[in-house]
Design a protein around this ligand. Sequence first.
Ligand code: ADP
Ligand code: ZN
Length: 216
Amino acid sequence: MINLLIMGKPGAGKGTQAKKILDYFNLTHISTGDIYREEIRKNTKIGQEAKKYLDQGNLVPDKMTNDIVWEVLKHKKYPNGFMLDGYPRTITQAKALDEMLAMLNIKLTAVINVDVDDDIISDRMSGRRVCSNCGHTYHLEYHPPQILGICDICGHKLIQRPDDLKESVLNRLHIYKEKTQPLLDYYDNKNLLLVIDGENASEEVFQDILDKLGGL
Ligand code: ADP
Ligand code: ZN
């Protein structure tokens, strides 16, 4: 069993690396951002509550997020292990996660931090587009669709996620620094942290992750 956390600023390329790692090790993906977006799409009670926070780039309250993660973890449906993506994002969440894992008698293998400088972040985020129908992501510069504004896969319109708009991105970066960055020390103190240079091409970043995991 391999149980990973993947961390990184918004726009660090965490999603791309998460996908590669998941495929490689056949892990179960637990992404709180995806869970919230799905609840919003289905217009559930949780979705209606969460939308207020997501659209502004604010964090959903810890209690709600912890409950959602516990609901997923407790069923133990991750035969090869899991990758938590976008969780924990606060020290309170990290402590809650420690308790959940202790309860289930599960250990974290490593915490991967995809590290990228701030100026690169805003550049990457402003070009990000997502399919309004299937959710596939593109980048105007680094990964453009074949026809401008149209999804290659399903032909629907590409949009900017509300939380990718400039104000919201700056807000997310600010929150990251204040709330999430302290987790790096938290996991470094537990000897779990792997720092990966996220400014290289994504294939190299992935290779670096495999190398560092192999060295554990
Ligand atoms: P990003 O694109 O920055 O990696 P995610 O897709 O992980 O962001 O999450 C999108 C939004 O969902 C966050 O900005 C926040 O509003 C909400 N969210 C996701 N995970 C959490 C969490 N662990 N705690 C609180 N809010 C969360
Ligand atoms: Zn699509």
